[in-house]
Design a protein around this ligand. Structure first.
Ligand code: GLU
Length: 506
């Protein structure tokens, strides 16, 4: 055990958890587990304007479904709480004040209009990304440019009071990242970020650093989009005289085309989920992998390889194996393409090696979406055995085998027309008799029917496909006589009679 290794997953509850966030959670979880450390969940909800009710519960439910249960966090206990940033407001105010007192931050009183006017002035001078920085700060309304009395007057008035970080000039900030090695930023490129907003809430930067320090976080493992913020974070660590954690920035997850970052819209566009579980938003519902019939461990297996590999060809890994092999130094730099076919392939592999009994519950959970009454467990277990090697998701146990639960409503007309003649009806009656007599064994049944066909010089390639179409509606499906045996004589008889009527009408 190495309790000194403490990592955190720090989502903002601004909507459903994107699959990229799930990968971040997974890498944090695996690293903690591997090192015998602690995996913390921290809810970063200081941006009240973007807060979405239900998002925090959604995050917890997703993590639980995936088995990535935090050891500390809101709802999980722990000594370093509260773990919801909105409940730590006063704490951040104290630290912001400390920075002002030490000369590393200053009060700013600019109104939104004044900020806008500054941006326009800067843009007119040709600065595309007009920033509140060392170049402009002395022309703005803040405790650096104003006298002590003026500053006091503004503070007493209490309008538009923010605290900004005073970024030093002409310095190079350097830090180490496990993936990108040495990373440098010029401070002249950095803005004087707001660290405490006028509503008294901290911004992400301040809250994140204060909490990582107070919660004794040893390793920060997060998405690459936060790499540029790290320069400000490193300055904050320096100003507080705190030891920074070890940084690891994970590569982007790219669209299936490989061009650009995977977005939440891509799910609908390419027809696959990009969220772990379903999200019912006010104006939109997003599909989840859970509802589409994915095994959570197969999904993790797929995700773990988006941005990391064990250094050999090993692909199928359950969570034990993932933990054993996982290491931060094998995380790759380049973006990882999201390929949903690969996710399905992993799911297929997991279903393939599962015990049919273990699949019963997840399959039933999917089945209730499609059927009012579910077949009995014994029947369903046999269906699972027959379909297990053919399906890619729990959903497929319905989609690929609908005929196990309902008689076909339509038949593959083209295939029927190629083969069917009304005079074959008597032969089908004989086949039905053979089915009746050999109900105990699908193999015997198959042999008897095939023997009958060859004795009477009837074509297998005509009768067997027609028999399948009668039972299944099309030529697809597992072994025909296994299906027939499972359906049972009465059902087979009914299906044959209905089908023959329709075949005649073609
Ligand atoms: N709240 C940030 C997010 O939503 C956390 C980033 C970090 O891990 O530092 O991703």
């Amino acid at each position: 055990m190495n309790q000194d290794v403490r990592v955190r997953f720090a989502p903002s509850p601004t909507g459903p958890l994107h699959i990229g966030g799930v990968r971040t959670a997974l890498y944090n979880y695996l690293y903690a587990k591997k090192m015998g450390g602690v995996f913390v969940l921290r809810i970063e909800d200081t941006d009240q304007t973007r807060y979405i009710p239900g998002a925090e519960d959604y995050i917890r439910e997703s993590l639980e479904w995936l088995g990535l249960t935090p050891q500390e966090g809101p709802g999980y206990g722990g000594e370093y709480g509260p773990y919801r940033q909105s409940e730590r407001k006063e704490l951040y105010q104290k630290y912001a004040q400390q920075l002002v007192d030490n000369g590393h931050a200053y009060y700013a009183f600019d109104t939104p209009e004044e900020l806008e006017a500054m941006r326009e002035r800067e843009a007119a001078k040709g600065f595309h990304s007009a920033k509140y920085d060392h170049r402009v700060r002395m022309n703005m309304k803040n405790s650096m440019s104003l006298t002590t009395e003026e500053t006091k007057a503004f503070l007493d008035k209490g309008e538009n009071v923010t605290i900004r970080l005073k970024v030093p000039e002409n310095e190079t900030v350097t830090f180490n990242d496990i993936v990108r090695e040495e990373v440098s930023f010029e401070t002249n490129e950095l803005d004087d970020k707001v660290i405490l907003k006028k509503d008294g809430m901290p911004t992400y930067h301040l809250a994140n650093i204060v909490d990582d320090h107070l919660m004794k976080i040893s390793h920060v493992i997060r998405g690459e989009e936060w790499l540029s913020s790290t320069a400000h974070h490193v300055l904050l660590y320096r100003f507080f005289d705190w030891q920074p954690p070890v940084f690891t920035h994970l590569p982007l997850i790219l669209k299936p085309t490989g061009k650009g970052k995977l977005s939440k819209r891509d799910g609908a566009k390419f027809g696959f989920p990009v969220f772990p579980i379903q999200w019912n938003g006010d104006d939109e519902t997003y599909h989840g992998f859970r509802e589409e019939g994915y095994d959570p461990e197969a999904l993790l297996n797929f995700l773990v390889l988006l941005g990391w590999n064990p250094g050999n060809d090993e692909e199928i890994m359950d969570s034990e194996r993932m933990t054993e092999l996982f290491s931060l130094d094998k995380i790759i730099k380049s973006g990882a393409r999201f390929d949903v076919d690969k996710a399905l392939w992993f799911n297929h592999q997991y279903i393939l090696v599962s015990k049919p009994g273990d699949l019963l519950d997840p399959v039933k959970n999917q089945m209730v979406k499609y059927l009012d009454t579910l077949p009995g467990d014994e029947y369903l277990l046999k269906v699972i055995q027959l379909l297990q090697s053919r399906v890619h998701s729990y959903d497929d146990f319905f989609k690929e085998g609908e005929f196990f639960y309902k008689a076909p409503k339509s038949y593959d007309e083209k295939q029927v027309l190629k083969r069917y003649h009304p005079e074959s009806d008597t032969n089908f009656n004989s086949i039905l008799d053979l089915i009746d007599k050999n109900q105990d064994s699908s193999e015997q049944m198959a042999n008897a029917v095939k023997q009958f066909l060859s004795d009477n010089e009837l074509k297998m390639g005509v009768y067997l496909p027609l028999l399948r179409i009668m039972m299944c509606g099309s030529l697809k499906g597992p072994d025909l006589f296994e299906i027939i045996q499972l359906l049972g004589y009465d059902e087979v008889k009914t299906r044959m009679e209905s089908a023959l009527k329709v075949f005649k009408s073609y």
